[in-house]
Write a protein that binds this ligand. Structure first.
Ligand SMILES: [Zn+2]
Length: 323
């Protein structure tokens, strides 16, 4: 019993001791918990604030500061018709690759009326590569003008400006300042932001004639010269990066494609009645050749056809350029 009493008293003392410990320990534990929670919250809030601030900065600057460009793939079935013009004049009824100025203006008016959005070649390529950070136009079209005739400045450029259109000019450098456009005219057009300049070789020699008279090694060497020298001269004279190439007469083979890539071009165009799609080889981009029989009705028929399958378009086989 004593034992029991003593044991009871001991237990009582033990209980008292624990209640004292609890009396001190619980508030300490609670205090520690509050401090921990507060720290964690502060840490979380601080990181949220940092993220929010960073996001605000990005929005404010309008540019995503990430090093990786935003990737927006074009929708499946996306197809860009690329039109290839040459010279613009009224007295060219008997010349195949000539467009009367009034008809060119009617083409532009029709394209605007149908809601087409004008892109340069490089812009269309950026869309296809999924590197376009603006809304992708639903009805894109590219106007290209080959050879650098003076009419590109005197006729086409004012009409493109008047109708809010853009174009990519393919220039062969031997013509500049001689029987074609001047460097000053090219520079003025490039600086307008409306005209992109790309290469169309140095001498504009038909590759088939080169192949006939040159050995395979000499043919390769000649293409290296044609593609690299024209790119360098255009870049030097105009102070812009030249991204693209138009093969002379639209004639292309595997050697030409390989050299175009090695010469630093990002893309190259040919002539074939097909649209540019995400499946197109960037070194063999097709363009529809606009000839003297491409009336407004014909162009409208091409562009409103679902597949852009243009039956009557043809290739400029003779590729004779008169100046
Ligand atoms: Zn040409």
């Amino acid at each position: 019993m004593r034992y029991t009493t003593s044991s009871h008293s001991h237990r009582h003392q033990h209980c008292m001791l624990w209640s004292k410990v609890a009396y001190i320990a619980v508030p300490i534990l609670l205090l520690a918990l509050i401090i921990c929670t507060s720290f964690t919250n502060r840490h979380t809030l601080s990181s949220i604030f940092t993220r929010h601030k960073a996001s605000q900065e990005k929005q404010f600057n309008g540019v995503v500061k990430s090093k990786e460009p935003r990737i927006t793939s074009p929708p499946s079935g996306y197809a860009v018709p690329i039109l290839c013009y040459h010279d613009f004049r009224d007295d060219g009824e008997h010349m195949r690759w000539v467009t009367p100025p009034k008809r060119f203006e009617a083409h532009l008016q029709m394209l605007n009326a149908l809601g087409f959005k004008f892109l340069t070649m490089s812009e269309a390529v950026e869309i296809m590569r999924g590197r376009w950070d603006k809304p992708i136009p639903k009805r894109p079209v590219v106007i290209t003008i080959d050879d650098g005739f003076r009419s590109a400045y005197k006729i086409a450029y004012p009409l493109l400006s008047k109708h809010g259109a853009k174009a990519t000019l393919f220039i062969y450098t031997n013509a500049v300042g001689r029987f074609g456009l001047s460097w000053g005219q090219l520079k003025e057009m490039v600086q307008s932001g409306r005209i992109e300049v790309a290469s169309h070789t140095v001498t504009h020699t038909n590759p088939n004639s080169l192949k006939k008279r040159l050995s395979p090694d000499d043919y390769r060497e000649r293409l290296v010269y044609e593609f690299i020298a024209s790119k360098r001269l255009l870049e030097h004279k105009l102070g812009v990066k030249v991204n693209g190439l138009a093969y002379t007469c639209g004639i292309v083979d595997s050697v030409a494609m390989e050299i175009a890539r090695a010469a630093g071009y990002k893309w190259a165009v040919t002539i074939a009645p097909k649209p540019f799609t995400p499946h197109t080889n960037p070194y063999r981009i097709p363009r529809y050749g606009v000839s003297n029989s491409t009336t407004v009705l014909v162009l409208r028929k091409w562009l409103t056809s679902k597949t852009f399958a243009f039956a009557q378009l043809s290739h400029p086989m003779n590729c004779k350029v008169s100046h």
